[in-house]
Design a protein around this ligand. Structure first.
Ligand SMILES: [Mn+2]
Length: 432
């Protein structure tokens, strides 16, 4: 058996490196320590299905023949793996971006100084011609930015910057990234927020409150999106826009933030040539009159409201269900056949529970495969209605730590909304 693991207090670079290792060593089981940084935990709570991770308790340690360690080179930083030291002939492979002496005694290692560990690993992934999904590219870029302070820490190397470019080429999503990275909020940003608040106005469009603020800036300012984010919070409006005019460079940056489904920032800024997702986005415009932009924004806001996406647009159907006396063996077969990660358990048209691949981990003995599904299913029975918004669905999934929601209309299940359906929405992969 082979395992991949990393240091406790797992940060984004460590987690990204574990995921990268699963691409390089597809037969190895990725293991995450119990102690994970809070922002990585938040990321995992909505991306869980895309990155299959395991806990130490799930592997029989004395059967481990090979261990791939990423982003650390010390036993002391690995969680509860000391027992492995007794394994005869244990092979250790090491990936670390600090050239510290290692006590792991690896049989192979890639130890080089660089800003982030993911930079070393992506070199090999590229060499092997493995393609990245947008989600992987996003995660890898978050790891890279976190460990290099957005490429500003002195430890940053040229190769880190090339790696960042590669992730962007592979459709890493900067909007998702800014949600999970702790952003910098400094002097310049505070001054701009202060200026914006001095001439702040609130307007109503239908039943929504919005604010559009036009401001001249004289130099480049990082993290303007964070300023707009705070501006929206302070004004307590449904959506806020900052139009930042940069006279010297003859350009204008439009940044939007929305807290309601009725206003989709992504689609608004896309019609200005920019990009983003429903909650946040931006566009860069050349040589335009800021007044015209404000008017255009108002027009788009008035026209944009009917087009919001509903759970019924995203859900999967028809729904395959099983009855509560179906055996786990049959359920397992069905999951494989249908290629889904979970199924609702239904008796006489009423929902009894949900059985998912994760529940199979509860099986300890082979004979349990003959037991009925009701012994293993989860009975939380959280459901959603088809006219609700994808944001609401995602909130329920995070709150109850579940990967799929039955969509119920008049007491009947008409579809299933899964994490991957929600991802399609958040990453704006919907066909236009
Ligand atoms: Mn690191």
């Amino acid at each position: 058996m082979q395992i991949i693991t990393t240091h406790r207090g797992t940060d984004f670079d460590a987690f990204a490196s574990v995921v990268a290792a699963t691409l390089l060593y597809p037969d190895a089981i990725p293991i995450l320590p119990k102690s994970i940084n809070p922002n990585v935990k938040a990321f995992l709570s909505i991306h869980k299905d895309l990155f299959e991770m395991h806990a130490i308790g799930e592997v029989i340690l004395n059967q481990v023949k090979r261990m791939i360690v990423v982003d650390t080179c010390k036993w002391a930083r690995l969680e509860r793996l000391d027992e492995l030291k007794n394994n005869q002939g244990l092979e250790i492979l090491l990936w670390d971006h600090h050239e510290n002496p290692s006590d792991l005694n690896p049989c192979w290692s890639c130890q080089e100084n660089s800003g982030a560990n993911i930079t070393l690993m992506i070199r090999e992934i590229r060499k092997q011609g493995v393609c990245l999904t947008p989600m992987q590219a996003t995660l890898f870029l978050i790891g890279l930015y976190e460990d290099t302070g957005n490429l500003t820490f002195p430890s940053t190397t040229a190769e880190d910057a090339y790696a960042a470019a590669y992730f962007l080429e592979n459709r890493a999503d900067l909007n998702i990234l800014s949600t999970f990275l702790q952003p910098a909020y400094g002097e310049k940003q505070k001054n701009i927020l202060f200026e914006m608040l001095k001439n702040a106005h609130r307007t109503k469009i239908s039943n929504l409150t919005i604010s559009i603020n036009v401001l001249k800036i004289s130099e480049h300012v990082n993290n303007l999106s964070l300023v707009v984010h705070m501006y929206r919070e302070i004004l307590n409006v449904d959506a806020a826009f900052g139009i930042f005019i940069h006279h010297e460079q003859d350009k204008c940056i439009v940044i939007g933030r929305s807290s309601v489904d009725a206003i989709n920032i992504g689609s608004i800024v896309r019609s200005m040539g920019g990009g983003g997702h429903p909650g946040a986005g931006s566009a860069m415009l050349k040589t335009v009159n800021p007044k015209a932009i404000k008017e255009l924004l108002m027009e788009l806001l008035k026209g944009n409201q009917q087009t919001s996406v509903l759970v019924s647009d995203l859900m999967s159907y028809p729904v395959y269900t099983v009855s509560s006396d179906t055996t786990m063996e049959e359920v397992g077969k069905l999951l494989k056949e249908k290629g889904c990660t979970g199924l609702p358990v239904v008796d006489d048209e009423s929902l009894m529970g949900i059985i998912s691949r994760r529940d199979f981990k509860k099986i300890k003995k082979h004979s349990q495969l003959k037991s009925p599904v009701k012994a293993f299913m989860s009975t939380k029975n959280i459901v959603i209605e088809p006219h609700k918004s994808p944001m609401e669905a995602a909130r329920l999934m995070v709150k109850h730590d579940i990967g799929r929601l039955p969509v119920v209309k008049d007491g009947k299940i008409i579809g299933i909304m899964s994490r991957s359906d929600a991802m399609i929405y958040f990453y704006d992969l919907l066909p236009d």
